[in-house]
Structures are given as C-alpha cells and as structure tokens.
Design a protein around this ligand. Structure first.
Ligand code: WQD
Length: 337
C-alpha cells in the first residue's frame, strides 16, 4: 500500500516524502510543478536511497488523477498541493479558489470512489483571525482575511461536512505556522519562484548575494522590538508531524485539527540577528512600511499535537537558520542551478 502525496515536489512535500521514505512507506507523488521542479524527486531519492513514483498531474485534470488511483493501491493521501502566496491570492482570487478548492474536490471525489478514506490535509495558521489572541489554540476564533486563507478555511469546512456525512473518514488537519529551514543534507530546501514572499528565503537571498538588502515590513507593531513576531518551525519538524498525523488516522477514525508550531514567537529582528550569528553573514536591512494584511504577532499553543500525536517541534531557531543557509549556500540559484 502506498501513501499519495499531492504537491510532493514542493518545499513541505519534499521534506515530508523524505520522512515517509525513511520510515519505510511507499510513496507516490502527484505534482503539476507550478511551484516546484522535477529535479527535487531525484534529490529525495538520493537522500533516502529509495525510489518513489511520480505523476506530473494537475489535480484539476480529473481523468489523469483518477488514473493514478486505478493503477495504484493507495492507503492514505497527504494533501499538500495548493497555491499559497497571500498577496497573489488577493490579486487572483478566482485562480486560488479554483486551484485550491476545485482541485481538492476532485481529489476527494476520486478518493471516495476508490474507497480511500484517510487524509492528512495541509492547512495554515492563516485561518486564525487577526484578532485571535496569542498563543493560538485549535479552538481560537477562525477568520481568514485573504483568499488564500479563506480557501484553506473552506476546505477545512468541506472536510468537516464530509466527515459528518460519513463517519468512516479518517482526517487530520494540520495548521502550519511558519515553516523555515531545510533538510540537513542541504540537497532540498525552499526555492520560491520569483521574488520570495516569506522572510527566511529573503534573508537567505541577501546572505548569498542575490538581493542587496532586506526590507523589514513595519517596525511599529505591538511587539518587544516593534517588528512582527511569528512562530517559526523547522520544516523537518513539520514533516515529522505529518507522519505522526498519518499514524493517528491509521488508528482512529474522525476529524482532528492540530497546530504545528513551536509555541515560541520570534521577531523579524531576532531572526536576522540569529541568522547573522549562526552564519557569519551580514544582512543589511531597511525599516519600511507595514505590509497590508500583516498582523503584530502569531504563535501556536501546540499542546494538542503533543498530547494526541506525541509530536513536539525539537529544532531551534539556530538550527533553522543554519540549515536554511546550508541549503542556500549549496544552491545559490535554488534548483535552477
Ligand atoms: C513573516 C514576518 C513579515 C518578508 C505567510 C502566510 C502563511 C504561511 C507562511 C502558507 C512578518 C516579515 C517578511 C520580508 C519582512 N504560508 N517580513 N520582510 O506572513 O507570517 O505567513 O507565510 O501557509 O499562510 O500568511 O510569513 O515570512 O511572509 O512574514 O519584514 O521581506 O516577516 O512582515 O512579520 P507570514 P512571512
């Protein structure tokens, strides 16, 4: 029996595939390479020494996706495929809703048809409203304030309705906080297309000379040093959380929601200082205006995942910076190189 990973060539997906293969699972990847490169699959195989199956398929191509289920015995699906840039979603809401929601509906209908009723779904801390007090628990108010976050929240609701219609579904919904870092090999990592949205890829590109300086979006937030505070979690810790969620849905039916974060917040300036300290690289920056949609602080209460999944994020901000830099230093132009 195999685990199907949608978006398996992506940043989270590639690290999750490594952990699945290392744990002895057979892995099938479905990816349309809209935000990833096929070379990643070779890197995953070289890291693990194990093969995986790849289907270059868009979830919107229903017939092609059904073909994967026809010829493979699939035990469960880890559903990571989706567009995820907040700003882009504001400019292109219909594209985001079609890609993220219609793609998921196609996947769920085919899973239903082939009696595959186990799913781990990639959600996001973005589903917690800006007004939620920190730390966010799974019971915090839900109110996404952009089409990307709303697409994640809508899919959470769809999965809830699906489970209520058929309690034989086994679903774990994982709300990621801020994934950063890279596998210790330096062979896979975060390689955003074009200009990165996120902080760590920006810092890494300044460090490697691809950007001159970092713009810090806002220095007047209600935080200790005025810059935004987030819960940065090492991508390998996040990937291990998916295996724990998979173990859970292999034991217990039902639908459960889990925050995958460290429970600690760090400001932008703290991240910069840690990165400089760990790597010896200088990160010039300018203090600029706030970015629309940003909030002061966001970090997790990860208690539920600890109690129910026996999962805790173990890597430190220093580990995250060190591993992010190793990836960027070894791959100055990302996978293009
Ligand atoms: C972090 C902090 C910025 C870039 C987003 C999505 C979320 C998830 C992770 C998908 C903020 C500041 C950033 C820069 C900066 N993605 N910053 N200069 O916005 O917390 O979360 O990515 O699941 O859903 O919303 O992450 O890394 O963009 O920003 O000052 O060049 O860094 O203002 O305080 P964010 P981020």
């Amino acid at each position: 029996m195999s685990i199907l990973v949608t978006g398996g060539a992506g940043y989270i997906g590639s690290h999750t595939c490594v952990e699945l293969l290392d744990a002895g699972f057979e892995v099938i990847v479905v990816d349309n390479f809209s935000n990833s490169k096929s070379v990643v699959l070779n890197r995953i195989e070289s890291i693990t020494g194990k093969p995986l199956k790849l289907y270059a398929i868009d979830l919107l191509h229903r017939e092609a996706l059904e073909g994967v289920f026809e010829v493979n015995a699939i035990e469960a699906v880890i559903h990571l495929a989706g567009l995820k840039a907040v700003g882009e979603s504001v400019d292109n809401p219909l594209w985001y809703y079609k890609n993220n929601i219609t793609g998921t509906l196609n996947l769920l209908e085919i899973m239903n048809k082939y009696k595959v009723n186990k799913m781990v779904f990639s959600s996001s801390a973005t589903v917690y409203g800006a007004s939620s007090s920190v730390p966010n628990s799974e019971d915090s108010p839900l109110k996404a304030n952009n089409p990307y976050g709303r697409s994640k929240l809508m899919i959470e609701e769809i999965l809830g309705d699906l489970y209520r219609s058929n309690p034989d579904w086994y679903i774990s919904i994982l709300r990621y906080f801020n994934p950063v870092g890279a596998h210790e090999s330096g062979r896979i990592g975060e390689d955003p297309h074009g200009i990165p949205n996120n902080l760590m890829p920006h810092i890494s590109r300044v460090a490697v000379g691809r950007s001159d300086r970092l713009s810090i979006f806002g220095s007047d937030y209600d935080t200790p040093d005025g810059t935004g505070v987030r819960d940065y979690i090492h991508v390998v810790d996040l990937a291990k959380g998916h295996l724990k969620a998979l173990e859970k849905i292999n034991r217990v039916s039902g639908i459960n929601y889990y925050n995958l974060g460290t429970g600690r917040g760090h400001s932008v300036l703290e991240v910069i200082k840690m990165f400089e300290s760990v790597t010896g690289r200088n990160i010039p920056y300018s203090l600029t205006n706030r970015r629309p949609g940003d909030i002061d602080k966001c970090y997790a209460d990860p208690t539920k995942a600890k109690v129910e999944l026996d999962w805790v994020a173990r890597k430190t901000l220093s580990d995250m910076c060190r591993d992010a830099w190793r990836w960027q230093k070894n791959n100055p132009n990302g996978y293009e190189g």
